[in-house]
Design a protein around this ligand. Structure first.
Ligand SMILES: Cc1cc2nc3c(=O)[nH]c(=O)nc-3n(C[C@H](O)[C@H](O)[C@H](O)COP(=O)(O)OP(=O)(O)OC[C@H]3O[C@@H](n4cnc5c(N)ncnc54)[C@H](O)[C@@H]3O)c2cc1C
Length: 317
């Protein structure tokens, strides 16, 4: 299998790449994944990661996010330890109506004013999947290998220099140079992991676009605190001043966070784009299917986008 010419060369081993690779391989395609960075070193590994379909643009976001919600829910029902269904509140500092996508979710109801932290004026409850990304990506890699796929760590310098009839491009921020596509721009994000002082519900700030949102995502013994959105920043080093601000804002919601031991810091470069690029391109005979530009919602859309890539690959293979 590994030496045979693959049907698909898939670039990228973040959540977009691995999910898509699993989807194609489990449909019987021979899939070779090639990535500059291993899964645990990608932006995807840094994500919180709560299902929340708002921080990416495309007309199919409702369909893609609904599909991913269902897959994550089914993983919880099947006992997968990397995914949890968590109840919580999403809230805004400005008066806004609850978004339509939230209304059909389990546990949805509008917040009473007394349920909102200081500074927040609208909010709603719902239940959402939260994914522990490093072990989840490891699970996807194992599932890919079990389906006959392979992962190799290497740079791809051109979408044309490939050994497969179809290339699937899930290169995240790497698409900026690889395609090249100047519409993909970095928005750096940072989280702080603390020992969970007993938080069981999530809290997520809702903003009109990616911004310095405040959020708390419980993952058992670990509580992830967010966040930041630094446009134009590629530097992967955690900024301790940003981390201090995150802890202070989160402690404004749950005071015990102020003294919770810090376990670590996470940073990632969100591949921001005015619209997700998921389409087929014929590059002088080399068939390419792009799947990048998921900005702040790549986890939340992953399984839906993988379905759309499968349809496009089937059409050209
Ligand atoms: C702090 C933070 C919190 C977030 N929270 C959430 C959340 O709660 N929910 C949510 O849905 N999303 C969240 N996101 C967004 C989410 O992480 C991204 O949308 C998602 O990770 C993008 O995944 P990707 O697979 O497209 O890109 P990446 O994870 O960046 O993977 C890209 C892959 O392509 C490879 N690559 C790039 N260029 C090349 C090349 N030339 N040759 C070979 N390989 C290449 C890389 O090495 C890597 O393997 C968050 C992001 C951050 C930073």
């Amino acid at each position: 299998m590994t030496s045979a010419r693959p049907d698909v060369l898939l670039i990228g081993a973040g959540v977009s790449g691995l999910t898509t690779a699993v989807r194609l391989a489990e449909e019987g395609m021979r899939v070779r994944v090639r990535a500059r960075a291993r899964p645990e070193l990608t932006t995807s590994a840094a994500a919180g990661a709560i299902w929340d379909p708002i921080y990416a643009s495309h007309r199919l976001v409702p369909r893609w996010s609904a599909r991913a919600y269902d897959v994550f829910r089914d993983m919880v029902l099947a006992g997968r330890p990397e995914v949890r269904l968590v109840h919580g509140i999403e809230a805004s500092r400005t008066p806004i109506p609850s978004p339509g996508w939230a209304h059909d979710l389990p546990g949805f109801r509008e917040c009473d004013p007394g349920e909102l932290p200081a500074g927040f004026v609208s909010g709603w409850h719902y239940t959402a999947p939260i994914i522990a990304m490093p072990p989840y990506l490891a699970y996807l890699e194992r599932r890919l290998v079990a389906a006959g796929g392979t992962l190799e760590i290497a740079e791809v310098r051109s979408l044309r220099e490939t050994p497969a009839p179809v290339v699937v491009n899930c290169s995240g921020i790497g698409a900026r140079e690889l395609v090249p596509d100047p519409e993909v721009e970095p928005i750096r994000g940072q989280l702080v992991a603390v020992r969970n002082p007993g938080v069981t519900d999530f809290f997520a700030e809702h903003t009109a676009e990616l911004d310095e949102m405040t959020y708390l995502l419980p993952q058992g013994e670990i509580l992830l605190l967010g966040g930041s959105a630094e446009k134009g920043q590629f530097d992967p080093q955690p900024d301790l001043t940003v981390a201090k601000g995150i802890i202070e804002r989160c402690a404004g919601i749950v005071p015990a966070i102020a003294t919770a031991p810090v376990l670590g810091h996470r940073t990632g470069i969100r591949p921001n784009r005015p619209e997700i690029r998921l389409e087929h391109e014929d590059l002088g005979g080399q068939q390419v299917v792009h799947n990048y530009g998921h900005s702040g919602a790549g986890v939340s859309l992953s399984w839906g986008c993988a379905d759309s890539v499968l349809e496009l690959v089937r059409a050209v293979i």
